[in-house]
Each structure stands twice: as C-alpha cells, then as structure tokens.
Write a protein that binds this ligand. Structure first.
Ligand code: ADP
Ligand code: MG
Length: 863
C-alpha cells in the first residue's frame, strides 16, 4: 500500500468505498473513464495490459493509477471476471457540471464470477453455489442466474459433497464463515471457483420465503437463503426471475464419483481437458443453447427409475420414426434464441430492443414446432402420452408476439436511451412528436429551397450542428448577393473561413419545436420500451416453462439424430433382470474417431450368475476400450439415449466405479499407486449389488508379487461379497486360474495373432484366457533394440521352462523375479546393436570406416 499523506477529498471518497469492497477491483468513474488506484491499479495494469500512470506524479508519494474508457469497460470487466476476480462499479450519481463540490458516487453493482450475466458460456450453466456445514452434513444449493433455476440438496458425507461439487463446477462459492484450509484445498482441486464469504442481512431474507415453499430441511433453506441474499446484495436490486427452489437427492440418479467421470471422459478428454472427444461433444446435436445445457445436465445425472428412462426412450423412438418431421423440428429449433437468458435479462432490466425482437422471433417458431409434433402424435394415444409434459408448456404466447410486433421497430437501435426503437403507430403521442419532427424537417427543406430561389444563391444551405443549432450558410463568394439582411431578418451567428452563418427568428422557432419534439420523443420511447418490457416480464413463468420444453425436445431430437447417424439401438432395461447382453457393441467416441469400418464390434455378455469378467490380452489390444465401452453404454442407456450395439439388454445400475488408466493425480500430488488404491477402495466401500465396477490393470504400480496378491484379494473379496458386475482386466496371467475357484468369474481375452513374427491386433474378444502375454511384441513395436528383444525372449523361455509351461501356467514378462544368468557376451551384444542401427543407404564410406574402427577397438579392448 501507498503511504498515507494528505489526501484529496476524492481520494478519501475512493478509499472509503474501496474499504467496503476489499476483494474487488473498484472501477471508479471519473468523467469518461473508470479509474483504478493503488494496488488495484498495479494489479489491473498487469492483468489487463493497460498503461500504469500515477496521480500527483510530482508529489512525494504518487498514487498508482490506470483507467479504462467507460464505453469499453465491458471487455475489461469480462477479462477480470474470467480470471476469477470481482469488480465493483462506482458511478457518478450526479452531473459533474452541476455538482456543488465533490461529485457524489456510489457503487451500483458488484460483478462476480457467479453472478456475471453478460456473457456466460451459453453452452453450459454458470453456477453459483452456497454451502452450509452442520452436524448432519452439508447443504449445497446452486443456481444459474442466467436461467433462474434454484436447486438444493443435503449430502451426508464429504465424499458425496466433493462428487457433487466437481460435477457442478461452480464459478463461485458463497459461505457464511471461512472454511478451513484443508477443506478448501479439496474443493479447489475439483473446480476453479471464487470464494465469497458473506453474512446475509436478516431483513433481506424474508422476501424470499415464497421461493422456498417446497424446501423442508432447515439447513437447505438456510443455504438457499444465503445464496439468494448474496445475489441480491451484489446486484443491488431484486432478482425476480428466480424459479421456485427444488430439492433433489443425489442418489435418485446414477452415481459416478469424480474419478469415474474424469476417467470415462464424459465431458472433457483427460489429456487435453477440452470438450473435444468427450462423450458430451459426441452426443451434442442440439440446436439451441438451452438444449445444449440440458444435455449436459442429463449427462451429469443419468436416471435410475425405469419408467423415467422409458419415457425418454419413447420420445426418441417417436422422433426417429418420422424423418421429415424431425428435420422440420430441427429447422425450427435453430431459430429459437436462448429463451432462459432472455427472460433473465428482461427481469434484470438489461434487455435491449433487439433482444425483444429475438424473443419474438423465437416465439414465432413455436406454432410450427407444435404443428410438427402434432403430426407425429396424430391419432396415436401412446405417443400423445409420451409427449404430454413437453406439449403442455409449448405455448407460442401470441399476446407477447403481438405486443413486441406492434411496439418494437424491426430495425431498432441497440441503445435503449437514444430513440429509434418504437414503431410508428404504437403510441399517439409519439406519433405526434414524430409528425412534428417530420413537418419541421420538411419546413426546413422548403426554407432552403425558398431562400435559394429568393437570393439566387444555389449553394445556400440550411445546416445543423450541436453547438449552434440550425443556421443558414452562405459562402463568402456569394455574400454580395445578400444585400438586404435586415429586411429578411437574417442575423449573423458564426463566421467561418469562407462562409457566414445566419439565423432567422422563424428558423429559431422551428429549431425549438424540433428539438423539443426530439427530446420528448426519445424520453417517451424509453418509457414505452420499459412498459413493453414490463408487460413481457409478466409472462416470465410461461417463458421459463416454454424454455424447458424446448430444451427437452432439443435433447431428445439430438438423441434421435445420433441414433440414426450411428445406427444405435434402443436398449432393453430392467431393474430385476440381472442379465447383461450387449451384442456387437462399440465405443461411440473411439469409433467416431477411427472410423466405422476400422472399429471391431464386441459383445459383452454376463448372465445373472456371472458377475466378474476377467480380461486378458496383449497391451494395446483393446482391453481398456472394451471396459469403457460398457460404462458409456450404461450411461447413455440411463440418459434415455439409444446405444451403439446390435442389441442391448441390461440391468439398471445405481453406481459406476472405475479404476482406469494410469492417470496420476498430479494436482493432489498422489502417486499412481495411491490413486489406484483410493479408487479401488471407493468401489469396495460403496458399491452395491446393483453397481458396475471397472478395474483396469489394478496393482500395476507396485512390485509383481504385491500386485498379484492385491489384485487377487480384491477379486475374491468383491466376488464373495457383492453381486455387482465387475470387469477386471489384468496383465497377471496367474489370475486366470481363478476361474476354477470362483464360480461367478469368467475369463475372456482380446485376441491377437502372429504373422511372420509380427503381432496383429484383432481387437476381438474371445472366451477363455489369453494364451500368452505378447509384451515382447509390443516392445518390438516400440522399436527397442533387437538384441534386447532377443534376450527378453530367452529369459521368458527360461522362466516358462522353470515354472512348467505344460501346467498351463502363464507368466507375464514383467513378473520377472529371479533373473537367469546372461548367456551372451556383452561385447557381442553391443556390436550387434551397433550394426542393427546402420542404414546402409544412408552411410558414407567415411562413416562406414569410422564404425568399423569403433567396433574393432571395442573387440580389441575387450570391455
Ligand atoms: P489395452 O487396454 O488393451 O492396452 P486399449 O483399449 O487402450 O488397449 O486400445 C488400444 C488402441 O486400440 C485404442 O487406442 C484403439 O485405437 C484401438 N482399439 C481398441 N479397441 C478397438 C476395437 N474394438 N476396434 C478397433 N480398434 C480398437
Ligand atoms: Mg489398457
């Protein structure tokens, strides 16, 4: 901080404000700029790459300062918000020209990452969360201010809180008291959010009661109240597009913890952390922003109740049935703007006339959408039942369309304070002003023509500027033609280098009428706009319900489109039947990437007595792909989407646990093996008979015997204690003999064949264990030196011989525990490797000689 010296009154005003918003950048309005001072200025100059200057440059302690022009402030604010900062906007509350003494300033808005409406990625929700900790656990509320949704849940364990938090990915978290560091660290690892500590003012709270009628839990109500009060305090106004708060239970949905979500690449790829190549990106054929947000919500929360899943499946089937109807619906959806955000803007008073036109255009699409849906449902009662919920709120609101149509000029100005937004004929008074203006302009045109005629000066013109108003201008060269100035009431007003400007009393009078009409009409247009906006606002609930229906329809048509494009089938799901039978299934994302002809379909079959599939096969053959494929198919099925297979029958799962890949949890600094064990333990602790478990090569991160022992113990434990379905891939061939002792376990393997000593991956699943490990072949593919590979092959044969291959026991290459003595001469090996690396086509005689010299020296040197 800058040392305190004598401060100007303005700096005192600034510092008093800044003290109230210590964690925000204070944008302090000074004329046409927002200025930042002191630490804010130092930091902002760097973050925003703007010039740092100072106030009182010559004083002992100049004050660091930087500024942004007020009309361009939006971009700078966006940058800061994206970086997770807050911005407080202090405006001048009176005209500086008229102020006596200091201009009064007030903070009129606090912009925070979770309440930022201007931009908000339209493709996904921008959530603000509030959290309340108590003896009974955690109450977590969340909202997207852009849509007004309010949801709350109670979580009993830290684990489930973290999972839910990771899923919501809030940009801001509001709490009443600063959480302890350890806890905060855990949250920070899961999402990029800004923490706001806030104590609500009890007076502000009561107003919100009607939003909470459906919420029973005291903690949940308190969490919601905190959130509502915080938003209200930052916006400095009532937010009245809130939808009634809803309570939800996380275990009413298919549960995936954050490890599983990441491993399965549901919303982003592990490597790039981008949405590309995720299941979400693959499934997204939505045509509206609302649909795209809802798709993500459905993916975050797949269903577990058969009837709910079937309802979606039925709708998808209906849409698939009629290609042209679906096409027509998609076409209409494309023209629907983001209704949810438009409603929010209308409520918050930040909507402009163009956006009202967007609302009108969107509503105008609704009748055609309804008409097409009706075609789909014509005389089919079953179908009518499927779509009842969606159809109910698909109302075109003709009154709103009509109002906007009558009121708003199709070419309306973006600014709402500069006129040119209201249509002619909408308001008599406005028409009257406009008539006066038109009349006045015609009068002026006539004046110009008349004066030209009278004086004979062809270049005489009547002009206007802001400072002098209307004038008659005559060039110096023509002045001699104006001989009777007084007689014609010409009064000199301004002298230019080569012209004189005059006014007449009549022109002055007309100017007054004109300007008054213009001023009044602009004011009136603004008022009329506000009236129209408020009239539209009265329909906010209908509009919100409409938005929801449009979003559902959009996601359902997206499912239908995907299903048709990739030839998916409708899965048969059942709560009681434990048979899983997915014939010729594919991994949707891998298939889309490598091409349909390249992907080898595989069946996944587990009858009600088979709970464990033990998968062996060479590296890179497709074990991991096969396991993920099942998880994705389950998730898609429980979202209500069709699945990539020839046919599919499966039980409904309650949870999916994964232990996949060697993804080190770098951020948390945990080793691979620790992550493996944590993930495995999640499953062991929390899985039920209805869960799906994927364990991919567990035990890799420790020594061989350790690894085998743990893997076998985990297999036996899960086999004996749970009916859950488990896919377990392993490179420990020893484990395949468990099939004899564990009746619920079945061996399968991914086939590979050898051709001319080269490994050919078939990517095809076969029954039974793999016959060998192929590790050496993969090493060969990786280009390891030939002598090394030959040596590995020899060691493997030794090991197999000493363990008795005829007993069917297999050893992995990596399970080498005892080393057999090396038979080869190391010098010979070295020579072989050197020769192996020679490319004769790319060797000069000099290089050949040099190599020969090296070889000879090595052999003679003997070491
Ligand atoms: P593993 O886990 O056995 O080492 P992966 O599942 O990682 O093998 O698969 C390795 C690569 O093989 C994948 O990246 C994919 O390109 C390809 N692959 C896997 N399964 C198939 C399949 N069924 N059809 C075609 N290619 C596949
Ligand atoms: Mg693998």
């Amino acid at each position: 901080m800058v040392q305190k010296t004598k401060k100007t009154p303005m700096m005192e005003q600034y510092e008093a404000m800044k003290a109230k918003y210590p964690d925000a950048f204070l944008f302090f309005r000074l004329g046409d700029f927002y200025e930042l001072f002191n630490d804010d200025a130092l930091k902002a100059a760097q973050l925003l790459e703007i010039t740092l200057t100072s106030r009182n440059k010559n004083a002992e302690n100049p004050i660091p300062m930087c500024g942004v022009p007020y009309h361009a402030a939006g971009d700078y604010i966006r940058q800061l918000i994206r970086l997770g900062y807050k911005v407080a906007i202090a405006e001048q509350m009176e005209d500086p020209k008229q102020a006596k003494g200091m201009v009064r300033r007030e903070v009129i808005r606090l912009i925070t990452p979770g309440t930022y409406l201007e931009e908000g990625s339209q493709q996904r929700n921008n959530y603000i969360c509030s959290l309340l900790q108590s003896k009974s656990g955690y109450a977590l509320a969340h909202s997207d201010l852009g849509t007004g949704e309010l949801q709350v849940t109670q979580l009993t364990s830290l684990e489930s809180l973290l999972t839910e938090f990771a899923q919501l990915q809030p940009s801001e978290l509001v709490v009443e008291t600063e959480p302890d560091e350890d806890f905060l660290d855990k949250l920070k690892r899961l999402a990029d959010f800004t923490l706001s500590v806030y104590s609500p003012d009890p007076a502000a709270i009561e107003d919100q009661d009607q939003l909470l009628t459906a919420i029973e839990g005291a903690d949940e109500r308190a969490a919601l109240t905190l959130l509502l009060a915080y938003v209200q305090a930052t916006q400095f106004q009532m937010v009245d597009h809130w939808q009634e708060a809803e309570h939800y239970e996380v275990d009413h949905y298919l549960h995936l913890d954050h490890y599983a979500k990441r491993n399965l690449e549901l919303t982003e790829s592990i490597r790039t952390r981008q949405q590309a190549n995720s299941l979400l990106a693959f499934l997204n054929q939505t045509r509206t922003a609302m649909g795209s947000r809802l798709l993500r919500q459905w993916l975050d929360r797949p269903l577990i109740i058969a009837a709910d899943i079937e309802r979606r499946q039925n709708c998808v089937a209906d849409l698939m049935d009629q290609y042209f109807v679906r096409l027509e619906i998609q076409e209409q959806l494309k023209g629907v703007y983001d209704l949810e955000r438009l409603v929010a803007k209308i409520s918050m008073g930040s909507v402009n006339a163009r956006e009202l036109l967007q609302l009108k255009q969107s509503l105008a699409k609704v009748p055609a959408i309804v008409h097409n849906l009706q075609l789909l449902l014509a005389e089919d009662e079953d179908r009518q039942a499927h779509w009842q919920g969606v159809l109910e709120s698909l109302t075109a609101l003709p009154e709103v369309v009509d109002l906007i149509d009558r009121a708003i000029d199709p070419d309306a100005n973006v600014q709402i304070t500069e006129g040119d937004i209201i249509r002619d004929g909408f308001n008599d008074q406005l028409d009257h002003y406009r008539d006066a203006m038109r009349h006045g302009k015609a009068w002026i045109a006539k004046l110009q023509a008349d004066e030209r005629e009278r004086t004979g000066i062809k270049s005489l013109k009547v002009g206007y500027n802001k400072v002098f108003g209307y004038y008659i201008e005559v060039t110096k060269a023509n002045l001699h033609l104006l001989d009777d100035l007084e007689e014609n009431n010409y009064e000199r007003k301004q002298t230019l280098a080569n012209a004189e400007r005059y006014i007449t009393p009549e022109l002055k009078e007309m100017e007054r009428t004109l300007l008054e009409a213009e001023d009044k009409s602009i004011d009136l247009e603004y008022q009329l706009f506000i009236q129209v906006r408020d009239q539209v606002k009265a329909y906010k609930q209908d509009l919100q319900a409409l938005a929801k229906s449009v979003a559902s329809l959009d996601v359902l048509q997206s499912f239908a489109q995907i299903s048709e494009d990739y030839q998916f089938v409708r899965p048969e799901i059942s709560l009681d039947d434990r048979n899983l039978e997915i014939i010729d299934s594919r991994h949707p994302v891998v298939e889309a990437v490598i091409g349909k002809d390249q992907f080898v379909p595989n069946s996944i079959e587990m009858d009600d007595k088979t709970n464990v599939l033990l998968i062996t096969g060479p590296n890179m053959s497709g074990k991991s792909t096969y396991m993920r494929q099942l998880a994705l198919i389950v998730i898609m099925a429980q979202m209500g989407c069709d699945v990539p297979a020839k046919s599919a029958k499966m039980p409904i799962f309650d949870q999916i646990f994964t232990r996949i890949g060697a993804a080190d949890d770098l951020i948390s600094g945990q080793s691979t093996f620790m992550v493996e064990m944590l993930e495995a333990n999640q499953a062991i602790q929390y899985a039920t008979d209805r869960s799906l478990l994927l364990f991919d090569e567990i035990g890799r991160g420790t020594s061989t015997y350790d690894g085998i022992a743990l893997a076998q113990a985990i297999l036996e434990y899960l086999h004996d204690h749970l009916e859950a379905k488990l896919l377990f891939s392993t490179h420990y061939h020893e484990l395949t003999s468990l099939e004899d002792s564990l009746p619920g376990l079945r061996n399968i393997h991914v086939g590979a064949s050898e051709k001319d000593g080269e490994l050919v991956f078939l990517h095809k699943i076969f029954p039974g264990p793999a016959d060998r490990s192929y590790g050496i072949h993969v090493a060969k593919l990786a280009g390891m030196p030939k002598s090394l590979l030959a040596n590995a092959d020899r060691i493997l044969k030794d090991l197999q011989a000493s363990h008795g291959e005829d007993q069917g026991e297999q050893l992995s290459l990596f399970s080498v525990a005892e080393t057999s003595p090396r038979a080869e001469d190391p010098t010979a090996t070295w020579v072989m490797d050197q020769l192996d690396q020679v490319d004769l086509n790319d060797t000069t005689p000099m290089q050949a000689f040099e190599l020969l010299r090296k070889l000879v020296a090595k052999v003679e040197g003997g070491d």
